[in-house]
Design a protein around this ligand. Structure first.
Ligand SMILES: NC(=O)c1ccc[n+]([C@@H]2O[C@H](COP(=O)([O-])OP(=O)(O)OC[C@H]3O[C@@H](n4cnc5c(N)ncnc54)[C@H](O)[C@@H]3O)[C@@H](O)[C@H]2O)c1
Length: 352
């Protein structure tokens, strides 16, 4: 079996989870790492036995033996290394969300199309037993046509602070950090319908005026976002996310179909209950089915294995970047609508 040789760009927090996962995968190896902060790249290289280090990822991308790279830079810095890597002929696994702006995310997908290289966004919940089971249920036609959904990723007190609250590094707040999991889960289960219009609201009032952590008063991005999304197939989606709120829950993630409804609770896509539940009529009575989803899964190892296998076997991206781009279209719509006083804005899905 050919060993897939990888480079790492950005050697901070989440890079450690990927280094651990790759170290655990047969036939894959991280042979080089780059970070603008020398101490970060050297510490990571020493910890995981990575032989070559760089402070400029462009220098690392000249290594002919690299098959692919893992982009683990802050969100507003996903675009340039991803595009540079694709253009250097490397496959890319990029951390979520795709990017801070729709424009930057579009350039990433365009580069993937132009180069024919894999661009996978690390949406680890796609590999959770709950999402896998829910997708199988939807694909089997159990729900019929999904005409309405609500999707939620919420925390009562969970503003992460640090680089996550800065426009220069994160670009966006809760919508992109945890909201992207809710949006991706909804779009994936709904079959990626095309969004055509969005109205929304964003706020960072609670972080700016919070009483529990003075450092969070510097939050430059939204700590709350909600949107109403209209799709070209007539379906509607309510999207709600926050890092902090004076409430216990914003509700859960639900799908209403013509034949049945489905509730899912998993990881950041929180709800009143974990797991997958189906609601439908049987023998003229409303019944509720709690679907067994099996044990837990090592999400980083599973998603990194999917990437490595796709690289080795020349398969398409395990997480289609065109579908992922819809999360950016919707988040951008929420931001634009909020800035327009909440009025509905038309959104356009880029074509390539
Ligand atoms: N999948 C998950 O569960 C998960 C969890 C946390 C974070 N993330 C995502 O991972 C990304 C990184 O988050 P983090 O918590 O690791 O951040 P971090 O700040 O800990 O690490 C980012 C690293 O990138 C480096 N960097 C910045 N600009 C660079 C450049 N131009 N070239 C090379 N290196 C550069 C920084 O020096 C730092 O070492 C974010 O997009 C975040 O959304 C994903």
């Amino acid at each position: 079996m050919k060993t897939v040789k990888l480079g790492l760009i950005g050697a901070g927090g989440i890079a450690q989870a990927h280094c651990r996962a790759i170290a655990d995968i047969d036939g894959a190896e991280i042979i080089a790492a780059a970070d603008v902060v020398k101490e970060n790249v050297e510490r990571t290289a020493n910890r995981w036995g990575i032989s070559k280090t760089f402070t400029d990822y462009n220098a690392m991308l000249k290594m002919a033996e690299l098959d692919g790279v893992l982009v683990c830079t802050p969100t507003a810095v996903h675009g340039p290394p991803t595009v540079a890597a694709l253009k250097a002929g490397k496959h890319v696994l990029c951390e979520k969300p795709m990017e801070a702006t729709l424009k930057a995310a579009t350039e990433m997908v365009r580069a993937a199309h132009e180069t024919g290289k894999i661009l996978m966004v690390a949406l680890k919940l796609r590999y959770s037993p709950q999402v896998v089971k829910a997708k199988a249920i939807v694909d089997a036609g159990v729900l019929g046509d999904i005409y309405y959904a609500e999707t939620v990723a919420d925390r009562r007190r969970g503003n992460p602070g640090g680089s996550f609250i800065r426009k220069a590094t994160a670009g966006l707040g809760a919508s992109a950090d945890i909201g992207v999991y809710a949006l991706d889960t909804a779009l994936y289960l709904m079959g990626h319908p095309k969004p055509v219009a969005v109205s929304g609201i964003t706020s960072n009032y609670l972080s700016l005026h919070n009483t529990w952590n003075p450092a969070l008063k510097e939050t430059e991005v939204e700590d709350f976002g909600a949107g109403w999304v209209v799709f070209d197939n007539g379906a509607r989606l309510v999207f709600k996310t926050c890092w902090c709120m004076n409430m216990d829950s914003l509700g859960g993630t639900i799908f209403l179909g013509t034949k049945a409804g489905l509730r899912i609770g998993v990881g950041e896509v929180r709800g009143p209950q974990e797991g997958v539940t189906i609601y439908r009529d049987e023998f003229g009575e409303p019944i509720t089915i709690s679907v067994p989803t099996g044990g837990s899964v090592d999400l980083f190892k599973t998603e990194d294995t999917a990437f490595v296998d796709a690289v080795r076997e020349g398969k398409p991206s395990p997480i289609d970047p065109d579908g992922m781009l819809l999360t950016n279209v919707i988040i951008q719509g929420v931001i634009d609508s909020s800035e327009a006083g909440g009025r509905e804005v038309e959104v356009t899905v880029p074509t390539f």
